[in-house]
Ligand binder design. Structure first.
Ligand code: UDP
Ligand code: MG
Length: 317
């Protein structure tokens, strides 16, 4: 991340943009009209994520009018997470706030997020409690959010909200890649940052199209598996693989016993089916167990490359 400059802004507003030419100017005006009266020192960083609808020209116009605007342009579309990551890496403020470019998130909510952060939190996430999206999307997303909240222990209702704000330290610690932007709160929570949630208004998309369909739920769940693995087991992979291996292996032993009983009882077909299942289970169990050892070996060999802890304060002489 770039270093904050003493004369720089306090707040960096990061806006990922893929084909949103109609909403950029009104979005900018709303942000300006919300923050100017508060005397907030801010910058707006638009990341043009490979737009092909003329969004860049709109951003260039805005940039020429207001010195607080910065524009970073990707050559091609990389995705929302890389766009956010580029914004984070270039932000000069000590507080970084993200907002979607399509005006579904309301810039009028920005002060409430900042206020909440000021109460002593490190990350504040919006919660689109009354979400204005198609029913299927809302439904899927509700299940997704429940699963993530339960499994991660981070009690948020809306991991995917575009409106979030962070203290710089959080983003220094949490690296973004793939489509991991949804899980910054999970990773941040795991590092011990204080997280809060604020209910925000949400609007229907008025122009342009959504860049995400329901297939994002599948990708989201897969990514979530990765996050859980990395936050809980990456330092001790054999605990995960070993457990799975032992579980399946024990099932194999049980099936073997049952198949023997079946054979003695004269139920030949049942015996054959059970013994086949038993062999599969035993093999899978062994493999998983040894995969855990191989993973453990990798962890051991790379143990110095990445610190998996984060020292917040030190008292020492
Ligand atoms: N976006 C982006 N790159 C992408 C897809 C989306 O920068 O590859 C931006 C998009 O322009 C918008 C935000 O991410 O500002 C959220 O996308 P969208 O509104 O399509 O998602 P939805 O609201 O449907 O969840
Ligand atoms: Mg949207």
């Amino acid at each position: 991340m770039s270093n904050p400059r003493p004369e720089g802004p306090d707040v960096s507003i990061v806006v990922p943009v893929k084909d949103e030419r109609d909403t950029l100017a009104p979005l900018y005006e709303k942000i300006r009209d919300t923050l100017d009266p508060l005397g907030e020192r801010f910058e707006i960083i638009f990341i043009d994520d490979g737009s092909t609808d003329g969004s860049f020209e709109v951003m260039r116009n805005l940039y020429e009018k207001d010195a607080r605007i910065r524009v970073l342009r990707f050559r091609v579309n990389h995705g929302k997470s890389p766009a956010l990551a580029a914004g984070f890496a270039n932000a000069r403020g000590n507080i970084i706030l993200t907002i979607d470019a399509d005006l579904q998130d309301d810039p009028a909510e920005i002060p409430r997020l900042l206020e909440k952060l000021g109460e002593g939190y490190d990350l504040v996430s919006g919660w689109k409690k009354h979400r204005k999206d198609p029913l299927s999307k809302r439904w899927f997303s509700k299940i997704f959010n429940r699963v993530v909240a339960m499994a991660s222990g981070i009690p948020l209702h809306d991991f995917n909200c575009g409106l979030k704000c962070y203290r710089r330290e959080v983003l220094d610690q949490v690296q973004l890649y793939g489509e991991m932007h949804r899980f910054v709160p999970v990773i941040a929570g795991w590092y011990g940052f204080r997280i809060a949630e604020v209910i925000v208004t949400h609007h229907k998309r008025r122009s342009g199209i959504s860049k995400f369909g329901n297939e994002r739920i599948v990708r989201g769940l897969l990514d979530f598996g990765t996050v859980m693995f990395f936050t809980r087991y990456v330092q001790r992979p054999s605990h995960l693989f070993g457990r799975i291996g032992l579980g399946i292996g024990l099932l194999g032993v049980l099936l073997l016993l049952l198949s023997l009983i079946a054979v003695f009882a004269g139920w030949w077909m049942t015996g054959v089916v059970l013994s086949i299942l038993s062999i599969f289970s035993l093999l899978t169990g062994f493999h998983s167990f040894f995969l855990g050892l191989v993973a453990e070996m990798l962890t051991f060999l790379h143990r110095r490359e990445e610190p998996f802890f984060f020292i917040n304060e030190r008292l020492e002489r």
